[in-house]
Write a protein that binds this ligand. Structure first.
Ligand SMILES: Cc1cc2nc3c(=O)[nH]c(=O)nc-3n(C[C@H](O)[C@H](O)[C@H](O)COP(=O)(O)O)c2cc1C
Ligand code: SF4
Length: 446
């Protein structure tokens, strides 16, 4: 049965202050599923995760069971690392998830660690999240004291599972999994060239699985109720529910856990109380600022992963007028579910200024390793700023398209696309507004 509005998994204990204490969590059945998992062969758990259609909630939507199966069977010294860096603008779910239900994350980690044969495991949390860090550290200490973590956990007599909570210094790029691993090793937080992928050579050169907070918090539900049950809650190849954080010009912004089938229009109207102050809708960013925006005619698409990439109702993003952007393999870029950060903007929004602000962010956060990203984000930032100031030159819009197209697909990590895709998306969907601000003729001084 597909999930219904109000059917909550990972957010069901939001608002329950008591739940952060291990005794309260245990009283509600906490850690029983981890005990059950200890008796299950790892291959059975992987099969359940695969059957569940759980897809990574960190941004790319990669199938979790498949990712786990990439770790070589005979690997030793495997690590599990939880990505709680959460720096994508518009995204604020993971910090709340760990704040309200830290033991659910630890239980998910214990199950994942057992499945992967990982002994030393880590939670990488963004440095600014002091409140959540304190909650996590206390929860980890409680779990050690109760024997859920340690050298011989839960009376198994042999299985060890350790968790270290590691604070980052607050750089967006350290959310990229290989930059995160470098940061943990005390190196500069810059992405690594892939392959090798972390599943083969990750933290300290050992096989490593990096998963998002929300991804791992879904694991206990799958082990408890079965992969098929979880798959049935969702739709197509997207199992379970979706947790989104809605901000911007709606009456009721917030973090909502929803059925995969809900459309963006239903989300705004039925869940978020409609547009604020009776204003008209202009557009929305569907999954963090790195994703191309949607306009009104595209709102009847569900929030589910595949629909956002393939639904015919969403217009392909164009590089120049009439030429859809080719993501490779003939796939046309529409948009993506991304990190779940939905930003809604109303009719009064200056989209050129909005896009310009986004470009400043990616320019500032580029780690500088590759030329297309380092130079291209700066160039797009500069041009956007001048267009937003009403000093755009004839040809600037085409130039932005060329630069964005030159970045995408030509960089070490996906920060390049994170900057190029919204640039192309905003330009495609609001082209007239960009053109209207490009008033200086070619050759004239700005
Ligand atoms: C620039 C950049 C920033 C990222 N930031 C995050 C982040 O803050 N949190 C996160 O979970 N994933 C982030 N990711 C995605 C991670 O690289 C990785 O794919 C993810 O943590 C895997 O977990 P999942 O499979 O459970 O989604 C980022 C990726 C890029 C390219
Ligand atoms: S794409 Fe940008 S952020 Fe990523 S490695 Fe290259 S320069 Fe660094």
């Amino acid at each position: 049965m597909p999930a219904e509005i109000g059917q909550l998994l990972v957010t069901r204990r939001f608002g329950d202050e008591e739940n952060k204490q291990i005794t309260s969590y245990e009283a509600k059945g906490g850690y029983k599923i981890a005990r059950k998992a200890m008796l299950m062969p790892a291959s059975d758990i992987v099969d359940q995760i695969k059957a569940s259609n759980l897809r990574g909630r960190g941004g790319a939507g990669f199938p979790t069971g498949l990712k786990w199966s990439f770790v070589p069977k005979d690997a030793t010294d495997v690590h599990l690392v939880v990505n709680c860096d959460e720096s994508e603008p518009g995204t604020c779910k993971d910090r709340e998830l760990v704040y309200w239900d830290p033991h659910l994350l630890i239980e998910g980690m214990i199950i994942a660690a057992h499945t992967l044969g990982a002994v030393h495991n880590y939670i990488y949390i963004r440095g600014e999240m002091m409140r959540e860090y304190a909650v996590l550290v206390k929860a980890v200490e409680e779990a050690y004291a109760r024997g859920y973590l340690g050298d011989r956990i839960m009376g198994t007599g042999k299985q060890a599972c350790h968790i270290t909570v590691h604070r980052g210094a607050g750089a967006y790029i350290c959310g990229e999994e290989t930059a995160l691993l470098n940061s943990m090793e005390g190196l500069r937080g810059q992405p690594r060239l892939k392959p090798p992928f972390p599943a083969i050579k990750g933290l300290f050169g050992k096989p490593t699985v990096v998963n998002n907070v929300e991804t791992l918090m879904n694991i206990p539900f799958i082990v408890d109720q079965g992969g098929q049950w979880f798959a049935d809650l969702g739709v197509g190849r997207s199992g379970g529910t979706r947790t989104v954080c809605v901000s911007g010009h709606v009456e009721k912004p917030g973090i909502y856990e929803l059925p995969m089938t809900i459309t963006f229009r239903e989300l705004i109207e039925d869940v978020c109380g409609g547009m604020w102050k009776g204003k008209k809708f202009k557009g929305l960013i569907p999954g963090g600022t790195s994703m191309p925006p949607l306009v009104d005619s595209e709102l009847d698409v569900p929030v589910e992963f595949d629909a956002l990439m393939t639904d015919e109702r969403i217009k392909p993003v164009e590089v120049t007028e009439g030429v859809p952007f080719d993501m490779g393999g003939g796939r046309q870029l529409r948009t993506m579910a991304g990190s779940g950060g939905i930003v809604v903007f109303d009719e009064d929004t200056d989209v050129v200024a909005l896009c310009s602000r986004i470009m400043s962010f990616y320019h500032h956060e580029s780690c500088g390793q590759c030329t297309p990203c380092r130079e291209g984000t700066g160039w797009m930032d500069k041009i956007c700023k001048r267009i937003a100031a009403g000093k755009g030159k004839e040809g600037d819009v085409e130039l932005l398209g060329k630069i964005a197209n030159g970045i995408a697909g030509n960089t070490i990590c996906a920060l390049g696309e994170a900057a190029a895709w919204p640039m192309m998306g905003f330009m495609t969907k609001f082209r007239a507004e960009f053109e209207a601000k490009c008033i200086i003729k070619k050759g004239a001084a700005a």
